[in-house]
Design a protein around this ligand. Structure first.
Ligand SMILES: Nc1ncnc2c1ncn2[C@@H]1O[C@H](COP(=O)(O)OP(=O)(O)O)[C@@H](O)[C@H]1O
Ligand SMILES: [Mg+2]
Length: 247
């Protein structure tokens, strides 16, 4: 089963008289359980691709099937519905609500389905989601009481709480120091290995991309390369080495 089947994905932006084709016919196939890092220089089309795959935007041409469902021609309302059901987002800036506890932040995406999911289940699922990212002891902390790495883990828990088919992360370690970045990558690797969660993340850092199973590189709106990671980094091992070096 493919979570993503995108064929000839094309996106042209028109502003006034000027048109820019940011994406020039890209094919992406992502099987369930894959873990892909997207790389490429600024302006190469990474964000455009993430917006399309995340159902935040529609392609000018091409076909996009998400979890077996063709979404390329859906209305903005339909897209919003699909997005809420099938995709979990993680952003560079965490995007947590201030003065709101970790548990309540994680519960937010479930509030859209308030009628479907009773309060007790919403709470249990939010707790499970925080437990899964190692924050079982931080339910009642607000963002200012959490480190950057912990805040990003809350954001990952929030992305997972709807049990999405796909997790999309745009520069999730962009605001974190190198040690904390590896800790976040360890969470992604665990979720991918243990729960078979499909992950697609954009990163500028080659070291971070090495934690993925596969790297897709963009250039000028096209895919320049798409290959498995040969010597994959395992975050638990990298963290152990970092600890040993500190001693
Ligand atoms: N909303 C937009 N309107 C017009 N041009 C855009 C828009 N978004 C992106 N672009 C252009 O499309 C190209 C690809 O941008 P983007 O997908 O953001 O690249 P990346 O994320 O790899 O830096 C760039 O030339 C950019 O200027
Ligand atoms: Mg970008």
């Amino acid at each position: 089963m493919n979570v993503i089947e995108a064929t000839n994905l094309t996106r042209t932006y028109v502003t006034g008289e000027v048109s820019v084709t940011a994406l020039k016919g890209v094919d992406i196939l992502l099987p369930t359980g894959d873990f892909v890092a997207i790389m490429g220089p600024s302006g190469s089309g990474k964000s455009t691709t993430m917006n399309l795959l995340g159902c935040l935007d529609r392609p000018t041409a091409g076909i996009y099937k998400l979890d077996g469902l063709e979404v390329s021609n859906m209305s903005p309302d339909q897209l919003a519905e699909i997005r809420n059901q099938k995709i979990g987002f993680v952003f560079q800036g965490f995007n947590l609500l201030a003065r709101t506890t970790a548990l309540e932040n994680v519960e937010l995406p479930l509030l859209y389905r308030e009628k479907e999911i009773p309060a007790k289940e919403r709470k249990e699922r939010s707790q499970q989601s925080l437990d899964a990212v190692g924050l079982g002891h931080r339910y009642d902390h607000v963002p200012t009481q959490l480190s950057g790495g912990e805040q990003q883990r809350v954001a990952i828990a929030r992305a997972l709480v709807t049990r999405p088919a796909l997790v999309l992360a745009d520069e999730p370690t962009g605001n974190l120091d190198s040690r904390t970045s590896v800790e976040v990558m360890r969470i992604f690797q665990e979720l991918n290995e243990q729960q078979n969660i499909t992950i697609l993340l954009v990163t500028h850092e080659p070291d971070i991309a090495q934690f993925a199973k596969r790297i897709i590189t963009f250039k000028d709106g096209r895919i320049k390369s798409d290959a498995p990671v040969k010597t994959r980094l395992i975050a638990t091992n990298v963290l152990k080495t970092m600890e040993d070096e500190e001693e």
